[in-house]
Design a protein around this ligand. Structure first.
Ligand code: ZN
Length: 265
């Protein structure tokens, strides 16, 4: 039985599932389509009904099932070619709004069912941090859900252990999820962390991978996801060599080029 579990935790201290809010409409996004892809049944459940974060979410996202469908189309389009087979095909994706202190969101998949849990504590903290700007909360919510949906549909690297073992497995899973978020506009240029290292993961690797998509190959993220089918044991180095068709290319050299190009060095 295959079980996957990804978690995003942030360690901040502010409010904790308290109360208050106001209005904004969910924006419709450009639709992508996959001929062979069967959209899973989308479900939405509110476990935390009381908090202000829960109330704000439900005001900003009147149709959660519809939003999950739109974001799923964006994810599939970002990491697969139209004519390539999408291997993880869950029958159901359920979003649960719950309250857990210091948690953002987590995704698990088992037996064709994927569960995404999104914490109202994070919604409240983000709302406060964004000076009560509801449009920013909606964008953050879409970005978080899109990141989690990448985890539902991305392919797993072979021959290098598992997600819990960290290393390049973890870097690929989280880096690709954040790269898709950058590519689809749910992270803005100002969200890019300055400097750092590729192995710090998340946005560090996500913005870098998206830069490779922008300057080296427009299909970079799709090819990176699909490289896990042919490279075993998988590595970024091997994937970059394959995708960019250059045996002399290295992760280190590309990172240096990125740092210079982006003006961080
Ligand atoms: Zn993640």
């Amino acid at each position: 039985m295959k079980q996957l579990f990804f978690m995003t935790m942030l360690f901040l201290t502010i409010s904790y599932c308290s109360q208050k809010n106001s209005v904004i409409k969910a924006q419709r996004m450009e639709k992508a389509s996959m001929k062979d892809f069967k959209m899973p049944k989308m479900k939405f459940e509110v476990e935390d009904k009381e908090s202000s974060g829960s109330e704000l979410y439900r005001k900003l996202v009147p149709d959660s099932e519809g939003l999950l469908t739109e974001l799923t189309e964006e994810v599939i389009d970002a990491i697969y070619f139209k004519d390539s087979e999408v291997v993880p095909q869950p029958q159901e994706i359920k979003l649960v709004l719950y309250c857990q202190k210091d948690a953002v969101a987590a995704t698990s998949s088992r037996n064709g069912r994927s569960l995404i849990r999104y914490s109202t504590d994070w919604i409240e903290k983000f709302y406060a941090r964004a000076n009560n700007d509801e449009a920013k909360v909606l964008n953050e919510t879409k970005g978080v859900l899109l990141h989690e949906l990448v985890h539902v549909f991305q392919l797993q690297p072979q021959g290098i252990g598992n997600y819990g073992g960290g290393g390049e497995y973890w870097l690929l899973i989280e880096g690709l999820a954040d790269a898709v978020r950058v590519a689809t506009g749910y992270f803005k240029p100002e969200d890019r962390p300055r400097g750092g290292e590729f192995k710090k993961g998340y946005r560090y690797s996500g913005f870098f991978l998206n830069w490779l998509r922008e300057v080296k190959d427009k299909d970079f993220l799709r090819k990176l996801n699909l490289s896990t089918r042919t490279i075993n044991p998988w590595s970024f180095d091997a994937a970059f060599k394959q995708i960019l068709n250059d045996d002399n290319i290295t992760l280190e050299a590309l990172w240096d080029e990125y740092m210079t190009a982006i003006g961080d060095r």
